[in-house]
Every structure is written in C-alpha cells, then in structure tokens.
Design a protein around this ligand. Structure first.
Ligand code: F6R
Length: 620
C-alpha cells in the first residue's frame, strides 16, 4: 500500500522517480507526487489519479535536480485528491516527506502542533510527520538539542520518529541540505539501493533493480542518512549500526510486461515456469522425499506437531485452506486455517505441540505479520511460506520456504496461489513420509507434483475458449462458484478473482451448502461455476449441478479431460488434465483465473489496477 521512491545521486532525479513510481504503482494508484530539490527550494508537483496524470504536470527535466522524493498513494486518511497526495511539506516549507504506513497518534500530535502554531493543509496523517520534523528543526525542541557535531536535520527526524506511534516507510528531505536524503522504517518495507555514486530508497526492489542490484533491507526502528559523501545507518535511538549488503535476486526482465497486455495475464501464463522454479531441486524422485532446506532445523518439531495453525489473508488464505486439507489428509496432523486479522485479536490456544505457518506472497501483510508476532510471543514455532525474499514476515519467522516464483505485480494474485499450494503440498508429503505414508505413496505424490507444470500448460491453451465463455456470461452481476473437498477453496478463490477485477458479485461455497440458503439466489441464467473434476465426491457434485440447472442457472463446469458423462450437465465446459484429487487445485484454479481475467477486460476494467485495491496490504 503506497509506494515511495527517493533518489540522491549525480543524475537528474525526475525520470528516475517517475520510472520508479510506475514500477510501484501496483501498490496504490489513487494519487501521486514528486518533490525535487532545486537550488535550496523543494519543488512539489502532485495530482490525483495515476502517475501518467502527474507526468503531464511536470516541468521539463532539470539536470541540476539530483535529489528528489516520490509517492504513489493508496488513501487511508483523507480522500485521494491533490492536497492529500504526497510529498507533504511542513509549515515552514523546508521539510518534505513521503510516507507509506499509518500514524496512529496523528490526531493527538496534530492538535498539539496546531496549538503550537503549525499550519496544516491536508487531512492526512503524514502531514504531522513533516510538521513535527519542521517544528523540531525550527528550534522548538523542548527536549534537548542535537549532540555536538550532529546534523540538525538528522536530529530533528530522529527526535520526531520517537514520537510517532504506528507504521512508516519514509523518505525525507530538507531544503537546507540539498545533498542529504533520509529514510526510516517501522512496520512498512524500505530498501536502500546502492548504485555508483547514487542512492535509491524505495518501498520495494522493483523500483531499484534497474539501477543497481546491491541493496540494504532496512529493519524496524532504523534510519539511513545518505549524502554525496556516503551513508550511515542507525537506530532511531541514535545507535550506529552496520547493515549487510544483499543482492536483489530478480532481473529487470522479471518485472517487465514482455509483450503481455497485463501483468495478471503474464503471471497466469507464467505458472508452468513459476511452478518449475518453485519445485526445482525440491523433489527427490529416487528417494521419495522432499528437500526443503529452510526447514532443516525444524523437521523434528514439525513432525511431532499436534496441531498446525495456518495464518493468512485473501488468496493466501485460500491456499492455506488447501494446505489444511493436504496436511490433514497426507500428514494426518490436525490443521486449522485462520484469517490472520481475526487470529491476532483472539486469545488463541498455542501450546507446546502447536506449529504456526504464515502464508504470504508479499511477506508484508500487516495482519499476517501481527499474527506471526502474536504466535511467537506465545512460544510457537512459526514458519513462513513467503514469496518476497527478505520481506518482514520472512525475517520474522523462525524458518520457512520461499515460493521462488519471482515478483508478482498483478494486484490479483495468481502464480503466488499455485506456488503456495505447491509448497504446502510438498510440506504435507514430506511430513506424511516422515510419519506414516511410506516411500511408494510419497513417491507417487512427488511424481504427480512434478507433472503439474506441463498440465497447467495444457489448461492455458484453452484461453480463447474461456474468453468466449466470459463474453457470453460477463454481463451478469451475480455469480456462484461451487466446489467440494479439495476444490472448495478453489471455488472461493475463483469467486474472489472475479470480484476483485471485474466487480461482479460472486460467492464461493462448498457445493453442498447451497441447499442451506444460497440456492434461493439462483434465477434464470445466473452463472454458476462448478468444479466437478473426477474425485471422491464426483457423483455428489453432479447432484449439485442438477439442482442449479433445475432452477434455471447456467452452468460453467470445470471437469476432467476425457469425462464423457459431464457434457450434458454443462452449458459451458472447460477441462483440466487428470490428477490426484489432493493436487487438483493446482489445475482447477487456472481456468478460473483466466475466466476472471477475460470477464474484467471485456467489462472494460484496468485489470492490473482494480478499483480500491492495492497489492501488499501493509495497513490493518
Ligand atoms: C487477491 C489478493 C489478496 C492477497 C492478500 C494477502 O488476489 O492478492 O487477497 O492474497 O492481500 O496478501 P499476501 O499474500 O501478500 O500476504
């Protein structure tokens, strides 16, 4: 949520900021702005709407403007208009701030700053940061002054940070120091890219990788001070720290559209390759075992677990639910999947035998992170299944498994879902093998898992046919998605995909639940998507399809290739190759992703920037 980027170097900052903001636009896109240092004056340009709107307002590139900060917003406090867009200048016009996060005590601080004579012009929480820094910088420092030799701007930032309650990823400049850029982090991600004679601070690596692959991942309560002479890092308590330099692991190519119209479509189509990367080196076919190096130190505890609690949100929660069924079925471990936002505020029972698993693409989701922290406080072993390397959840958990599918930029999660399910399947198979499954059964699932990428490739060839189905049905405003067993979470995921990008109301349900109420919704022509592959509940779901057809519903059926019987129940038929039922979600979700994609495009929506949404929900 919200993307920030800042540059200090020898090149003109403006094009670097704009390019960076475009790369970060998936984090939020309701307004944007940049602040450029020009001869001791901070020149702010902002607008509501997309980066493209901002670009039109910018003055021609000025070679002398080599320091700047930029922001693309997902509104929390204050509507998405130009005034509320970042950067926010303080009341003296000397301090400018871009911010990702939420300041929880902003109202108290604002009231106090107003009483001290500070002027506010926006409704944002961020303006208290610039005004507080400006207030302290101007000399109204009731609690001490900079220590000898300490730069006053740096001191004022550090003092202000100590007053803030909430979360922030910040980039800050001061008009009196045209050679200084400060970044700070608490609860929202912040990376410092180190180029040749240049620094780029950004919310994520996608805004940096074009310039350098050398980066420092900032941790909470840390700040970085960059000047043309060098940089130093310290805690907000003024303790100097040394940070390790890390390599950004993906290339620019991974974040380009590469000829696709949208990132979502690119990522759907990438799934065979992505899953091969995810499974690569982890399937030991000969010995019938799974190799997950990240868990090496914890296998004993996980194998002995009496209970596993999976914590996640949204699509990752749906993957977690498939994981629950896999872990129960293959490993015979009692497993529950929790919405992290609920778990964190309950009083969950976590005892010695409980292992907690957090599933998150971004590794930054605020609720999932809070659930991880809560579980750790209560003494649980906490594992992470995360995509973004070095993300907060990856660093906060005791151990984990990376998805290894490369950056996911489309706001609607696709390849992360299949990879999350694949990792949970590997975990379940390996735990099962260690407990009771036996070599042959484990090997069977491992061999079947290895066949999934090629099978997804086959599903993808039906894209045009699925587009026709979307064209015939996408004008309807209410849909049902129904599945049973392992395909029930896929029904939830199919409904979520359709909702978030096409704004069609869709409900995902276990098919048998329909009779307990939702069947009342069915009217003539209502699209009902059934996942009716060959599985242990096949006959049952055929019965559910009949119930819908009898009431005039129009059925879109995802079935197993070669099923001669199913055609008569389907107004529209999509097939997937056969697979063991435990692994079917990896296949059956793909046509539903494609269906949602085409429905949204046909309805004229910007698939990669759906209304009201942003990738990586770093606020509660
Ligand atoms: C839906 C979607 C969201 C995320 C959810 C969790 O397409 O992307 O529902 O799955 O916000 O995000 P992560 O996995 O980053 O924790």
């Amino acid at each position: 949520m919200c993307g920030i980027v800042a540059y200090l170097g020898k090149k003109p900052a403006q094009p670097i900021l704009i390019e960076g903001l475009k790369r970060l636009e998936y984090r939020g896109y309701d307004s944007a702005g940049v602040g450029l240092m020009n001869n001791g004056v901070i020149k702010i340009t902002k607008s509501s709407g997309r980066i493209s709107v901002l670009e039109e307002l910018l003055e021609p590139i000025n070679q002398a403007e080599v320091l700047g900060i930029g922001h693309t917003r997902w509104a929390t406090h204050g509507e998405p208009n130009t005034i509320n867009a970042h950067p926010h200048l303080d009341y003296t016009g000397k301090i400018a701030v871009v911010h990702n996060g939420i300041i929880e005590n902003y109202s108290t601080l604002k009231t106090w700053l107003i009483s001290e004579g500070c002027k506010f012009s926006s409704q944002t929480d961020t303006e208290v940061i610039s005004n507080l820094i400006g207030y302290l910088y101007a000399g109204h420092n009731e609690k001490g002054t900079p220590t000898t030799g300490q730069n006053r701007f740096e001191w004022a930032v550090q003092r202000a940070l100590n007053e803030l309650v909430g979360t922030y990823g910040l980039a800050i400049v001061c008009a009196d120091f045209p050679d200084m850029l400060i970044g700070a982090k608490k609860g929202s991600p912040l990376i410092l890219g180190l180029g040749e004679n240049e620094y780029i601070i950004a919310s994520d690596a996608s805004a940096i990788v074009e310039h350098t692959t050398q980066a420092i991942y900032m941790a909470d309560n840390e700040m970085v001070i960059c000047t043309s002479k060098g940089f130093h890092t310290k805690t907000i308590d003024n303790v100097e720290i040394r940070k390790d330099l890390k390599q950004i692991e993906f290339s620019l190519d991974a974040i380009e559209l590469n000829g696709f119209q949208h990132y979502m479509l690119k990522e759907i189509c990438e799934q065979p390759k992505a899953l091969n990367m995810c499974l690569g080196g982890r399937l030991d076919h000969r010995d019938g075992r799974i190799v997950l190096g990240g868990l090496d130190k914890y296998w004993r505890e996980i194998t002995r677990a009496k209970r596993i609690i999976i914590n996640a949100c949204g699509t990752a929660w749906h993957a977690g639910l498939v994981g629950e069924f896999l872990l129960e079925n293959l490993a015979r471990i009692n497993t529950e999947t929790e919405y992290a936002s609920e778990f964190r505020y309950r009083n969950p029972i976590i005892d010695d035998g409980t292992v907690v698993i957090a599933v998150s693409q971004s590794g930054e989701t605020a609720d999932t992170l809070a659930a991880v922290e809560q579980a750790k406080e209560r003494g649980a072993i906490v594992l992470g299944i995360v995509n973004v390397v070095g993300s907060t959840i990856a660093r906060t958990t005791d151990a984990g498994v990376y998805l290894r599918v490369g950056p996911e930029i489309g706001v609607a999660s696709t390849k992360a879902f299949t990879a999350q399910v694949a990792v949970l399947a590997m975990l379940a198979i390996e735990l099962g093998r260690r407990k009771h499954l036996g070599h042959d059964v484990a090997k069977f699932y491992i061999d079947e898992l290895a066949k999934i990428p090629a099978k997804i490739e086959k599903v993808l060839t039906q894209s045009e046919q699925i587009k026709e189905i979307a064209a015939a049905t996408c004008e309807r405003e209410n849909w049902l998605f129904l599945g049973r067993g392992f395909n029930y979470p896929v029904a939830l995921e199919g409904a979520l995909k359709l909702k978030e990008i096409s704004y069609i109301h869709a409900e995902g349900l276990p098919a048998a639940e329909m009779k307990h109420g939702p069947i009342a919704l069915i009217n003539k022509g209502m699209p009902a998507v059934f996942i009716a592959t060959k599985c242990s509940q096949y006959e049952k779901i055929i019965g559910n399809i009949e119930e819908v057809r009898a009431r005039g519903g129009r059925t879109i059926v995802v079935a197993t290739e070669g099923d001669e019987n199913i055609g008569k129940y389907a107004d529209f038929l999509i097939t997937v190759p056969p697979a063991p039922e435990e692994l079917q979600p990896l296949l059956t979700v793909v046509p539903l992703q494609i269906l949602a994609y085409h429905a949204a495009v046909l309805r004229g929506h910007d698939v990669d920037k759906p209304r009201n949404l942003a990738k990586s929900v770093t606020v509660e």
